[in-house]
Design a protein around this ligand. Structure first.
Ligand code: GTQ
Length: 345
């Protein structure tokens, strides 16, 4: 690779003259923009321990009342991007949100898409597009772009969930904004129940629903049952994984980020292929070792970690007796739509 000219190689008055015209020479930055063979991501493999963050989140509950926070969230920020950027990867934002009994996080809608993966507690609900979605551990609840959503809590104990948004991407596109709204009136309708059986969708009088997002809540009991059934139907060596999809189209549940659940059999090691999108791993149940290139983490329950794209990730269930269950978020739908998706095996 030949060495390209540096900015210091140019006469200072020439560089100054370029600057006055808002011009920049490409060649000193060409290799940084287009590095050889593979990207040089800022996203760093990072682990967030739930045991470590939980007391800090509960402390936020004491320090900041909900009306001073609107959303009481500690952001899981990737140091590779700089913590102030509040992003886990180029396109993924992660936050742990706390709602205390009796609190209400008021209605708004925004351009970024969100999902919630419920971590602990009972009695909270989120109302999305008029549908009241109960929040239980392991449930996945969608808040697609533009839909009204608010969170309430009728239970006795704190409720915590993981927010996953495509906010860094939408913000980068200068398309991120929100609108506040009044409390929603709850409409009848349970997309989670009427779409609970795979292979059939509601079609009254031969018409399919024209809702872009007919299913907003994916109950954990159903997802887990699907994984356990799949495990009995597949050879021991096969990965036991399901994708969260839009049941009306079979396509990804959301447009930008992809969501999956993975079961590791007792003791199972699993090497994930080296693919272009960055990914996030959140442990719902069990104990799992994660290796991303030269870094290793042990995920305890409710821990979260991320891995940059173009890296192979190794997972291993530490338990010789029990299966482990992971929730995964990644940038695959985005990469595929943009035509930059790669799987290098
Ligand atoms: O609950 O609506 O973590 O609007 C960040 C932005 C959560 C939410 C976040 C949000 C929300």
């Amino acid at each position: 690779m030949n060495l390209l000219g540096r900015i210091e190689d140019l006469p200072a008055d020439y560089v100054a003259a370029l600057k006055t015209q808002n011009l920049v020479p490409l060649w000193p930055s060409l290799r940084a923009l287009l590095p050889p063979d593979k990207p040089q991501p800022q996203t760093r493999a990072t682990h967030w321990s739930y045991e470590a963050l939980r007391p800090l989140l509960l402390k936020a509950g004491e320090l900041t009342p909900i009306d001073k926070a609107e959303r009481r969230v500690l952001v899981l920020a990737n140091p590779g991007h700089g913590l102030e950027k509040m992003q886990a990867s180029a396109a993924i934002y992660l936050g742990m949100q706390l709602l205390l009994p009796g609190e209400w996080a008021p209605a708004h809608r925004h351009t970024p898409n969100a999902v919630r993966m419920i971590v602990e507690g009972e009695g909270a609900y989120t109302t999305v597009d008029g549908q009241k979605c109960p929040m239980g551990r392991g449930d996945l609840i969608l808040t697609p772009t533009g839909l009204w959503h608010e969170h309430g809590h009728d239970g006795e104990r704190p409720v915590v969930w993981l927010d996953v948004l495509d906010l860094p991407l939408v913000h980068y596109l200068e398309a991120s904004y929100h609108v506040d709204g009044p409390r929603q009136s709850v409409q009848p309708g349970r997309g989670d129940l009427v779409h609970a059986i795979g292979g059939v969708v509601p079609s009254p009088l031969f018409e399919r629903s024209d809702k872009g997002y007919p299913m907003l809540r994916y109950p954990w009991a159903q997802t887990r049952a699907a994984l356990e059934t799949l495990a009995t139907a597949q050879p021991e060596s096969a990965a036991v994984q399901v994708s969260y999809v839009n049941p009306a189209t079979g396509g990804d549940a959301q447009n930008i980020l992809g969501y999956y659940a993975l079961m590791l059999r007792p003791g199972q090691p699993l090497r994930l292929p080296m693919r272009s999108p960055a990914s996030v791993f959140h442990l719902i149940d069990g104990s799992v070792d994660v290796t991303v290139e030269d870094q290793s983490f042990t995920l305890a329950e409710a821990d979260t970690c991320c891995a940059p794209g173009y890296t192979a990730v190794q997972l291993a269930n530490r338990s010789p007796e029990h299966p482990a269950f992971l929730f995964i978020a990644d940038e695959t739908p985005l990469h595929r739509k943009l035509g930059v998706f790669e799987n290098r095996g």
